[in-house]
Design a protein around this ligand. Structure first.
Ligand SMILES: Nc1nc2c(ncn2[C@@H]2O[C@H](COP(=O)(O)OP(=O)(O)OP(=O)(O)O)[C@@H](O)[C@H]2O)c(=O)[nH]1
Ligand SMILES: [Mg+2]
Length: 365
């Protein structure tokens, strides 16, 4: 079978490294002369991931406003659009980080239903090595039991489990995770990865090519009440803000805004699923910065150089707290941070909500 015309479904918890791995893999494939396309997916509609894939010049379509399983016909349509417009040899579809039960609701329908636009070739589930280590050692994760249920179910469902960010473990911790994984997941293919390292991601790509999905894959036993309760504990805030009067001090203003937002979460003891931000200066300078559940030491050094009269901030925040409070917290943080610079908000679109109860279009046993 040729290695072209393949669809790889990439799942796993918020911030586990799906986008990073797909971008790294795409670069490797592009260098081999392959055409690559991406399908992004999120509960919201102003997506940092879509913007980020497009910044890398990757043809990208988006299934927004809910997960693949609840928007299955949109997924089919977007796959058709991507195929018609970009004729990709390889497509990566990245599912929402709070979504599980994909074998029954996405993989089986794509494999079995008549008129399916494409059969998936592989299914990877990513997990942050540090969070997984904590979980396997019985150390409490900083989320409610309902959210941890989603984390657990995603891992349970994986037959290819990518334990990612291994560069953030010490050698002793990595050895410990490997032995815990052997004990807990004897039947899974487990792959240890650093998604920032192209050699590591090349090995993942090789695994994807060797992988195959059978129609008779086991389906998760899923308690939809608990799953829905977990999603409902997470607040989504998608926001696009243009700040004027920045007078060449975009980097300092951005630093102030992010510091205020993070200190607001810390004061409120609100756990971060993933806070991802694209910053654009009026001079054309831009960059992306991400904060996941565990602290990101030295993040200040990752800020891009932003000059010019304006600063645009695109925020996707997935935080365990009530959505109205999240919206107020971010607004207040932003206003406090820009005020000393005499800067002001010129325009703003935002949407704060909790994901709806999952209600898959199909669920095939
Ligand atoms: N050190 C290290 N950082 C990583 C690795 N993979 C991802 N990251 C970082 O982790 C953060 C989250 O990565 P993403 O790729 O955006 O995670 P995601 O799974 O796509 O997140 P969602 O789409 O929100 O669910 C970013 O800051 C990445 O740079 C890795 O293997 N090692
Ligand atoms: Mg992503």
């Amino acid at each position: 079978m040729t290695e072209d015309n393949r669809l790889h479904l990439v799942a796993g918890f918020l911030g586990s490294g799906k986008t990073t791995a797909i971008i790294q893999a795409s670069k490797l494939l592009l260098a081999q002369g392959k055409r690559v396309g991406v399908v992004t997916n999120d509960q919201g509609r102003y997506l940092v991931d879509t913007a980020f894939f497009r910044l890398q010049d990757l043809p990208t379509v988006e299934v927004g406003g809910g997960c693949f399983c609840c928007n299955y016909s949109d997924l089919e349509e977007q796959l058709c659009t991507l195929k018609a417009n970009s004729r990709p040899d390889v497509i990566f579809a990245e599912s929402v980080g709070s979504c599980a039960d994909l074998v029954a609701t996405v993989i089986k329908p794509l494999l079995q239903l008549k008129g399916s636009p494409m059969e998936p070739h592989s299914f990877s589930v990513f997990a942050d090595a540090r969070l997984l280590r904590m979980r396997l050692l019985g150390v409490a994760l900083p989320f409610s039991d309902e959210v941890v249920y989603i984390f657990d179910q995603q891992i349970k469902e994986a037959n290819l489990l990518v334990i990612n960010k291994i560069d953030l473990l010490t050698f002793a911790q990595l050895t410990e995770v490997q032995s815990l994984a052997r004990e807990h997941f004897p039947d899974k293919v487990v792959f240890y990865q650093n998604s920032k390292d192209s050699a590591s991601v090349q090995c993942w790509l090789d695994l994807l090519n060797q992988s195959s999905l059978e129609e008779r894959q086991p389906v998760l036993e899923m308690d939809y009440q608990r799953y829905g309760a977990g999603e409902a504990r997470l607040a989504w805030l998608d926001e696009d803000v243009l700040i004027g009067g920045v007078n060449g001090q975009g980097s300092a203003v951005a630093l102030g805004v992010l510091t205020e937002i993070l200190s607001g979460f810390a004061t409120r003891r609100a756990s971060i699923g993933h806070l991802k931000i694209i910053l654009k200066g009026g001079d054309g300078g831009q960059g992306k910065i991400s904060f996941t559940t565990l602290p990101t030491p030295g993040w200040e050094a990752q800020l891009p150089n932003l000059e010019g009269p304006t600063l645009q901030i695109m925020i996707n925040a997935r935080i365990e707290m009530p959505a109205p409070e999240l919206e107020i917290l971010v607004q207040a943080a932003m206003e406090r941070a820009i005020q000393p610079y005499g800067a002001r908000i010129l325009s703003q679109t935002k949407d704060a909500f909790h994901p709806r109860m999952p209600n898959p279009t199909h669920r095939l046993e």
